[in-house]
Design a protein around this ligand. Structure first.
Ligand SMILES: NC(=O)c1ccc[n+]([C@@H]2O[C@H](COP(=O)([O-])OP(=O)(O)OC[C@H]3O[C@@H](n4cnc5c(N)ncnc54)[C@H](OP(=O)(O)O)[C@@H]3O)[C@@H](O)[C@H]2O)c1
Length: 340
């Protein structure tokens, strides 16, 4: 091929970017890196050069359609029955504003930002300036900032909005060392609660350093058999049941579950109508105000994200395998461009 043809290809490719794509549901092996056009932005949109993206258990569920009982069919209806309608995984990002639309007022080129947007596992993403995008906390790296929106916003919504956690309450957090759990421990302390963290011994020092008052090693002790009771039991990982936890809840205590089946939602409805112990579940959908709130808490050093492991962009399939492995302590981050 002569030099002119190379130049022509280069000219054509200059408006392209690398993007992670999956064209069928399945394991991490369905992920590929492809060259696709860089998105074009409208007047109110911002183009972000993505530095880091968080690979979450949520991304893995969407990719594999691994959903709690009865939810798989609903997920297929929403996401695409036979193949994903949106083939690009990832939502939680950090990066730098590359360009802005003519009517954008909140951001300028060069701003360091983080947030949540569809199609984040690409070198560039576009997002409306009024959606979930906020200036990056000044005391966080790009990798740490990308670790905030999933665990931070989900735990905030579960504890503040769904549970209506109150100062002085006793809360047990099951899966306290996971992505949601580590934020939940810190947020519950922020809300002045007494926190019992359930995790394995390897994470004791970490959860204590984040404020946990008591720790229980689930590999050695079943908290449901120790006779203690709690106002709230927050199962961040879907490993315990409302039924089995009843004796560990005070009268009108709340069992809060992140991984709920269709049947569980019937229990949520039933317990919301009748008195007694409540089953609380839902889908945590954040707002930009939630990101701003977390940014403030982070800058005031009241909470912080924990990065479990960092992968390169080319290692995206390994990152997904790690993220869905159930043993990560904090967040799984992919560096889209090498920067730290
Ligand atoms: N409903 C919603 O809106 C919503 C929103 C966000 C997330 N979610 C769901 O929430 C779930 C949790 O996500 P995540 O990313 O926080 O989980 P994760 O990070 O994968 O959790 C892993 C942690 O769980 C610990 N763990 C494993 N088995 C345990 C057990 N039996 N008891 C106590 N701890 C145990 C592991 O510690 P060891 O390795 O030491 O065992 C590890 O540190 C996901 O299923 C996700 O789909 C739902």
């Amino acid at each position: 091929m002569n030099i002119y043809i190379y130049s022509l290809i280069a000219l054509f490719m200059k408006d392209n970017m690398r993007c992670v794509v999956y064209e069928k549901y399945g394991g991490p092996e369905v992920l590929e890196i492809k060259s696709v056009p860089i998105p074009t932005i409208s007047d109110k949109e911002v183009l972000v050069k993505v530095y880091s993206v968080c690979v979450t258990t949520g991304d893995c569920r969407l990719r594999s359609l691994d959903m709690p009982g009865g939810m798989k069919f609903l997920a297929r209806l929403g996401l695409g029955y036979n193949k994903p309608r949106n083939p690009v995984p990832g939502m939680m990002f950090s990066g730098v504003v590359e360009s802005v639309g003519s009517a954008v007022t909140k951001f300028k080129v060069g701003d360091e930002v983080f947030g949540s947007a569809m199609k984040a596992s690409c070198e560039f993403l576009k997002i409306n300036e009024d959606k979930d995008i906020v200036l990056k906390p000044s005391n966080l790296s790009f990798n740490e900032a990308a670790a905030v929106p999933f665990g931070g916003v989900s735990s905030l919504i579960f504890l503040r909005d769904f549970t209506k956690l109150k100062s002085g309450q006793k809360i047990l957090i099951n899966g306290a060392s996971g992505e949601l759990g580590l934020f939940a421990v810190q947020l519950a302390k922020y809300y002045n609660c007494e926190v019992t963290a359930v995790c394995s011994g390897k994470s004791f020092d970490l959860v204590k350093s984040l404020g946990a008052d008591f720790v229980i090693d689930y590999t050695k002790e079943n908290f449901m058999e120790n006779g203690k009771t709690y106002d709230v039991i927050f199962d961040t990982i879907g490993k315990i049941t409302f039924k089995n936890s009843l004796n560990s809840l005070v009268h009108k205590g709340k069992f809060v579950e992140t991984v709920a089946s269709l049947l569980d939602y019937l229990t949520v409805l039933r317990t919301s109508i009748f008195g007694g112990k409540k089953f609380v579940a839902g889908v945590a959908i954040g707002k930009v105000a939630d990101l701003e709130f977390l940014k403030t808490l982070i800058e005031e050093e009241k909470i912080k994200p924990i990065v479990a492991k960092v992968f390169s962009f080319e290692d995206i399939a390994r990152a997904h395998a790690f993220a869905e492995g159930g043993t990560k302590v904090g967040s799984c981050i992919v560096e889209v461009v090498k920067h730290e």
